[in-house]
Design a protein around this ligand. Structure first.
Ligand SMILES: Nc1ncnc2c1ncn2[C@@H]1O[C@H](COP(=O)(O)OP(=O)(O)OP(=O)(O)O)[C@@H](O)[C@H]1O
Ligand SMILES: [Mg+2]
Length: 366
């Protein structure tokens, strides 16, 4: 018997047959041979005829063979066949799409052998398959749900446009609603495609050296109209230059989503702060807002696909932005942390490895 170390249970038996089997066989054979010799002596003493002298040992060994066959069959059935049948039955249920299957181990933890380990691995595999299946089903139902609303809007407003007596103003309003819904659909599909591509990607093939502080300023400028509209105050403290090696277009997704969330979840008159610093070979970008903030439970889920705290979908978006941000940062060796308090605001801190930061001075507040 060879023992294998198992991190969970100490040692795992590598064989189902104990070395004592040899002793059992040896003593049984010795006993049988002893009885056989005794029988021969008895037959000779009794001076039975030749036919009986021949038939008695044959009948005796025949009985021994039957007993040994029954014993071996019982052992093989208990040791191998029963667990294998249970496993085969469970496998066929999994093959038919039932992922609730659980096969109990044969022994208790202190007596585990390699078949118990195989059964535990099987249970783990089924659990994993089940969670992938749930993710897939959830994903499809989320996508269908997110698509339904804009499609319904397009349908309703298109019907209204068909009416004969509508004013130019109404026509414009309906057309704008259709355009908005179409844009929402298009952004949903493009985010799903981006996420799908990033999830199957292990590296960032377009990584190149560039100045992330320039990129941050450009992204902030894109939101100028949105700040103005909501009368938000912007505080930006960004270095003159900070070089990193990353995929510029992917990191643009990160900044745009953090900024758009800050604008979206901050009430008019609030303040948004963007800060970028370089330290110890890392570049840190902080986006803070004085918006609605999040509770503890929401913080745990914001990086899940399609998660939105506001389930009424009154605010635009599909809940894919932060899932994309997380995946981009994973691919770029970066990290993101969230600090938030309900009613007070949120702070997102992104850390990325610097590529020899070129610091030429500090930017002022704007
Ligand atoms: N700055 C923030 N303040 C408060 N809540 C936030 C903030 N950022 C994100 N959240 C919460 O996290 C959820 C997920 O954010 P995420 O960016 O993934 O989706 P979204 O902005 O709703 O939609 P999308 O990014 O797809 O347009 C948001 O719906 C919101 O509930
Ligand atoms: Mg977002």
């Amino acid at each position: 018997m060879r023992n294998r170390n198992n991190p969970d249970s100490g040692t795992i038996k590598e064989s189902r047959f104990p070395p004592s089997l040899f002793a059992i066989f040896l003593s049984t054979l010795l006993l049988m041979t002893g009885i056989h010799t005794g029988l021969i002596v008895l037959v000779n003493r009794m001076e039975w005829n030749v036919f009986i002298q021949t038939i008695v040992p044959i009948a005796y060994w025949g009985m021994v063979a039957v007993v040994l066959t029954l014993f071996t069959r019982r052992e093989i059935r208990a040791v191998y066949e029963e667990p294998m049948h249970k496993l085969a039955e469970a496998t066929s249920r999994v093959a038919n799409g039932d992922f609730s299957v659980y096969v109990p181990t044969i022994h208790t933890q202190d007596k585990w052998d390699y078949l118990d380990v195989m059964i535990m691995d099987f249970n783990k595999m089924v659990e994993e398959l089940g969670s992938i299946e749930t993710l897939k089903t959830d994903f499809v139902s989320n996508v269908s749900h997110e698509m339904k609303t804009p499609i319904a809007i397009i349908k309703n407003y298109a019907e209204l446009l068909e009416a004969e007596h509508i004013t130019d103003e109404q026509r414009k309003e309906y057309a704008e609603s259709i355009e908005g819904a179409a844009m929402r659909l298009s952004s949903l599909i493009s985010n799903i495609l981006k996420l799908n591509k990033l999830e199957n990607q292990r590296i960032t093939p377009e990584a190149e050296f560039y100045d992330v502080s320039r990129q941050l300023c450009e992204c902030i400028l894109q939101f100028e109209d949105a700040w103005d509209e909501k009368e938000l105050e912007l505080d930006a403290e960004i270095e003159d230059a900070a070089m990193i090696k990353a995929d510029e277009s992917l990191l643009e997704l990160v900044w745009n989503n953090l900024l758009s969330n800050a604008v979206k979840f901050t009430e008019p008159g609030g303040t948004i702060t963007v800060k970028q610093t370089s330290n110890d070979g890392f570049i840190k970008v902080t986006v803070s807002d004085t918006g609605c903030g999040m509770d503890h439970n929401s913080i745990k889920h914001i990086f899940d696909k399609f998660y939105q705290e506001d389930t009424s979908h009154s605010r635009e978006g599909n809940g894919l932005g932060l899932a994309l941000v997380k995946r981009v940062l994973e691919l770029s060796d970066g990290d993101i942390q969230v600090f938030s308090e309900q009613g007070k605001g949120s702070t997102f801190v992104v850390t990325l490895p610097a590529a020899g930061a070129l610091r030429t001075g500090n930017g002022g507040k704007s």
